[in-house]
Design a binder for this molecule. Structure first.
Ligand SMILES: [Zn+2]
Length: 99
């Protein structure tokens, strides 16, 4: 049971991180007009479609740490047992995952 949850969290991490990296790349191409870029929530809930709006600086700060991910407020609960909240911001929560 725990393994299945852990596997799903891992798979989701990679999927959302890749998607968000592409969003950042696209935002870079478009130039810096957008203050906040719409990123995908990186929580493991399968049907989560929450959008998080982060500045480039905020996004980079999360991405600097390979084990850190951002989720919508309230979605951090679904990161248990592998995720631990390391920061809370107005628009999102940063979770560090021990995977
Ligand atoms: Zn979510």
């Amino acid at each position: 049971m725990l393994d299945a949850v852990t596997e799903r969290i891992k798979a989701n991490n990679a999927r959302f991180r890749d998607a968000n990296e592409r969003i950042r790349g696209r935002a870079d191409e478009l130039g810096a007009e957008m203050e906040r870029i719409p990123f995908l929530c990186e929580c493991p809930v399968e049907d989560c479609v929450e959008i998080l709006r982060l500045t480039r600086g905020e996004y980079s700060a999360v991405r600097e740490h390979p084990r850190q991910f951002m989720t919508a407020i309230g979605h951090e609960a679904s990161e248990r047992p592998v995720g631990e909240v390391v920061a809370r911001r107005d628009a999102y929560v940063v979770v560090e995952k021990s995977l």
